[in-house]
Design a protein around this ligand. Structure first.
Ligand code: PEP
Ligand code: MN
Length: 376
């Protein structure tokens, strides 16, 4: 193709250095995160899970180009610090979408990678500005763009003197309705034959459903993708956008594990999930917080148990039937939540004993029952 003066084939493939992360070399780079940054807590949780799954780059839209003007449009500037901070906390890089010159100017000095979305692939003014930014740019393939048009979009950025272009296949519109779009896996091989640029694949927007993500991701790596852009959400059911296609944290982790072998099979590498010192620290601090909440709840329970003593005579302090009833309810509830019933039984035996002890003590110290006991 004559006009692909810069994007067109050269003898060597381009390996980009994204602030220390090589893209286009032997290693598969995983980029993941929610469709949109929704809150500080949401993106921080997402960052932790991305890191644990072996991800290197945190994604999250703060300016969302939505098909409907009534859909969530993103947090805007407020979300920028949240994603930057969350990524920094876990040693991840950041990628976010720019939709116009203003949004580009707002994020350009704060994030590591800019994303031009499918709907803006032929926004030539935006492509030129992204080219002038000097930042790495992900160019998503338009919903109805040919490979040639997609590569020409990349050419716009390159021709502004910015060599850091990443092509992203994200599915194209076809007659098929079982999926949101159709993932064109052949484009990976075609682009690799036409261009030296790294190619990544976004299976999420192609599939529109989380149950297909694992298969499409593995297929993309087998087909030669250099990296992946995957949507995940700490609680997809609560997602403000694209929840149905967002992986749950455990699913991302499992996918990370599965990718290790697929990468190896095609002579690539993917380090896979790892519990780093940093994420271990974070997990431990979460456990510490939960432990405090457990103690606070126990103290609150004890306080009420003491009050209950006033309503009982001393021979009725231990109520085995009620204990049995509580245990039955709680072990059922615990199993629903995936918590072992044995653990709940063990803990509650101690809690009941301690409650009885405490009630007897408070009655004895209370005085009146004491005389009753003595007089017997
Ligand atoms: C996105 O990545 O959040 C997005 C909107 O994707 P696309 O531009 O591919 O539809
Ligand atoms: Mn999305």
């Amino acid at each position: 193709m004559q006009d692909l003066k810069l994007a067109g084939n050269k003898s060597d493939r381009t390996i980009l250095n994204l602030n220390g992360i090589a893209l286009g070399g032997s290693e598969i780079v995983l980029m993941a995160g929610p469709c949109a940054v929704e809150s500080e807590a949401q993106i921080r949780r997402a960052a932790l899970h991305v890191k644990q799954a072996g991800g290197k780059i945190l994604r999250g839209g703060i300016f969302k180009p939505r098909s409907s003007p009534y859909s969530f449009q993103g947090l805007g500037v407020e979300g920028l610090d949240y994603i930057v901070e969350a990524a920094r906390e876990h040693g991840l890089l950041t990628v976010t979408e720019v939709i116009d010159p203003q949004s580009l100017e707002i994020v350009v000095n704060k994030v590591d990678i800019l994303q031009i979305g499918a709907r803006n692939m032929q926004n030539f003014q935006l492509l030129k500005l992204a080219g002038q930014s000097g930042k790495p740019v992900i160019v998503k393939r338009g919903l109805a763009a040919t490979i040639e048009e997609w590569l020409l979009a990349a050419e716009y950025i390159l021709s502004e003197g910015n060599p850091q272009v990443i092509l992203c296949e994200r599915g194209i519109r076809t007659f098929e309705t079982y999926t949101r779009n159709t993932l064109d896996l052949s484009s990976i091989a075609v682009v690799k034959s036409l261009s030296h640029l790294p190619v990544i694949v976004d299976p999420s927007h192609a599939a529109g459903r989380r149950d297909l993500i694992s298969a499409l991701t593995k297929a993309a790596v087998a087909a030669g993708a250099d990296g992946l852009l995957i949507e995940m959400h700490p609680e997809p059911e609560k997602a403000k956008c694209d929840g149905a296609q967002s992986l749950r944290p455990q699913e991302l982790l499992k996918l990370g594990q599965g990718l290790v072998q697929v990468a190896k099979a095609v002579d690539r590498t993917f380090a896979g999930p790892q519990v780093t010192e940093e994420s271990l620290e974070t997990l431990r601090s979460e456990i510490d917080k939960i432990d405090r909440r457990i103690i606070e709840a126990l103290a609150e329970r004890m306080e009420i148990v003491r009050k209950v003593a006033d309503y009982k005579s001393i021979d009725k302090v231990k109520d085995s039937a009620r204990e049995k009833d509580i245990l039955h309810r709680l072990t059922g509830y615990a199993s629903d939540l995936g918590c072992p019933a044995e653990l709940v039984k063990g803990i509650y035996t101690l809690i009941f004993d301690s409650g009885v002890h405490c009630q007897i003590k408070s009655k004895l110290v209370g005085g009146s029952e004491l005389s009753v006991i003595r007089s017997h």
